[in-house]
Ligand binder design. Structure first.
Ligand code: N01
Length: 545
């Protein structure tokens, strides 16, 4: 297909987003001979890694496991410089993939899809963008990511502030120089925890405003060991296959014992060893940390003790030590020298758990009845996760039903892939799938393969529409909650629960039953003739029957 054809106004599939989901989708669909349009709001590929350019941004899944598996040459040839990759290296990888598979020329950059309406008469989706482009498509695939709508809280006075403001998830492309500046950081989730140590190295003074403390485990990051890299590359295809059927889509050493089945000495020794290794594997120190409060308490206390040992000022250490929710039920953070940063003379911590920020002033902010002046404010305040980006597009299915309306009490999907009344609308890593509770690369590849194989299934059988049965969707929605309710996750006010966005329904959005379990379910459903989905033949083919 020529470059001009890819600007066609009628295509087989529209893909929204050119992150890792969109790129792989584009590659597969083009390989299979489908016509496509890809719309991307950024000026380049990479999705999350295009936007989150804040200082210290890094992936907390190991580099050898956070990459595509679909091309053997690609995975053999690519070299990751560090055990955990920094944002610029991951973005360079996304750009390399786009170039290597000749994808970039087929993407409309700086173009946001504003409307997507299903027309029952033509059985096509009608797409409109902010640039005025309109397209008719049979299939619409939302590859828009789960954490892509950045949130700056509505604080009084924000528009009057005369200094510079930043959000970690929408960081400028050019280097921001904080040298000599007094800066505020609001938010201590994964992004804040990664950015604060780096900002503290550069700025004259950093004041951190913390609403809820977070559990964080050191990454113990370092240069990639060439022997380690070679050991992965020798067995890459076997290891990738193993990853696909694990609990979280990555190979971690799960200790298959409950925490309380061993004595105190063994428990402490296990946590110490895991802390030394670093990374999210701390949560697999025992097999019941996310199910048993008693077991979880032992891990939570271990981390609190570590914080008390690292942070020299006991009052600061106590503010940093999380006590109101079980470890792991808000996304575990992985850091490089986070708690140590509070031993620096140029870093202060302000506890706003009881009071919140009262207002922003032209020169700073007021919190706890104290006035602070800042040259810049960095918001590390998170995202309207999983549904926010989908709702930013006016998506309407059968009978003009808005997705937002259908999901007013929480997302309703079958397998996190489709929603009834929205034929041929697919979501990559949508709510109700393992998505953010997994190694995203593994879940992305699985969903892209599922979607492209479904589209081929339809083409081969002259089917025109695919849609979940309402009963299957209802059953799946209940199942997602049932599985989550057996865990400790609902006990935290996390973005997994929608708790960070005022007015958002409170329910656990991802599927926590495990990446392998989920994958097997999908395989069984396909083997059983796409159980729970219904298809409609092409109108002409139907009439001929
Ligand atoms: O966002 P968050 P994030 N006043 O929502 C606080 C992925 N990620 O960007 O906890 C004051 O976790 C809020 O406080 P509270 C990863 O999946 C991955 O850090 O709601 N504070 C919290 O402290 C991650 O989970 C990587 O009480 C306010 C913070 O802002 C997800 O992205 C790196 C506030 C937001 O934390 C999101 O992480 C980075 C207010 N009005 C991100 N509103 C890696 O791979 C919010 N906060 C390593």
């Amino acid at each position: 297909m020529s470059n001009r054809d890819s600007r066609a106004s009628t295509v087989d599939a529209v893909i929204v987003g050119a992150g890792f989901s969109g790129l792989y989708l584009l590659h597969r669909l083009r390989e299979l001979g489908f016509t496509t349009r890809v719309f991307e709001r950024g000026s380049g590929v990479g999705g999350t890694w295009y936007w989150n350019r804040y200082p210290g941004a890094r992936c907390d899944v190991e580099s050898m496991q956070y990459s595509y598996s679909f091309d053997e040459d690609l995975q053999q040839e690519w070299h990751w410089p560090e055990k955990f990759s920094a944002q610029p290296d991951i973005l360079a990888y996304a750009e390399h993939v786009a170039k290597r598979f000749d994808l970039t020329q087929h993407i409309d950059f700086e173009t946001e899809v504003s409307k997507a309406h299903f027309d029952a008469a033509t059985r096509r989706w009608h797409i409109e963008t902010n640039t005025g482009a309109t397209v008719e498509t049979q299939h619409l695939i939302m590859a828009t990511g789960c954490i892509s709508t950045a949130q700056i809280p509505e604080i009084d006075g924000l528009s009057d502030y005369r200094g510079d403001t930043y959000h970690t998830g929408k960081w400028p492309h050019e280097k921001v120089d904080f040298t000599g500046q007094r800066i505020a950081v609001v938010g201590t989730g994964s992004s804040g925890i990664q950015a604060i140590p780096v900002l503290a190295e550069e700025a004259e003074h950093v004041t951190v405003f913390q609403r809820t403390p977070n559990y964080s485990i050191p990454s113990q990051n370092g240069p990639m060991h060439l022997k380690y890299e070679a050991s992965w590359k020798q067995r890459y295809s076997d290891l990738r296959e193993e990853m696909r059927y694990t609990g979280h889509g990555s190979i971690k050493d799960l200790n298959d014992k409950p925490a309380m089945s061993v004595d105190e000495d063994e428990r402490q020794a296990t946590y110490k060893e895991r802390w030394k290794i670093g990374g999210a594997g701390f949560l697999t120190s025992f097999n019941d940390l996310l199910f048993s409060q008693e077991s979880n308490d032992t891990a939570s206390e271990f981390v609190r003790q570590k914080i008390r040992q690292i942070v020299k000022d006991p009052e600061t250490a106590e503010i940093l030590a999380p006590k109101t929710y079980p470890i792991g039920t808000k996304r575990i953070c992985i850091d490089s020298g986070y708690f140590e940063t509070y031993n620096r003379d140029n870093v202060d911590l302000v506890d706003i758990s009881e009071t919140s920020i009262k207002r922003i002033t032209p020169t700073g902010l007021i919190a706890n009845d104290q006035t602070y002046d800042f040259d810049s404010i960095v918001f590390a305040t998170g995202f309207d996760a999983m549904t926010g980006t989908l709702f930013n597009v006016d998506i309407r299915g059968r009978d003009n039903l808005a997705l937002k309306e259908k999901w007013y009490a929480g997302p309703r999907t079958y397998l996190g892939l489709m929603s009834e009344a929205f034929p041929n609308l697919f979501m990559i890593t949508g709510p109700g799938s393992p998505s953010v509770k997994s190694n995203m690369m593994v879940s992305i590849e699985q969903h892209v393969d599922f979607v492209t194989e479904s589209i081929v299934h339809m083409r081969d059988r002259e089917l025109e529409l695919m849609e979940p049965e309402l009963a299957s969707e209802d059953e799946w929605v209940d199942h997602v909650q049932e599985v989550a309710n057996k865990t400790l996750f609902p006990r935290a006010n996390s973005w997994y629960m929608g708790a960070n966005i005022p007015g958002k329904p409170r329910l656990f959005m991802p599927y926590i039953g495990g990446v392998g379990t989920y994958r097997r379910k999908c395989e069984e459903i396909v083997a059983d003739g796409y159980r729970g989905f219904r298809f409609e033949p092409k109108v002409a083919a139907a009439a001929a029957e």
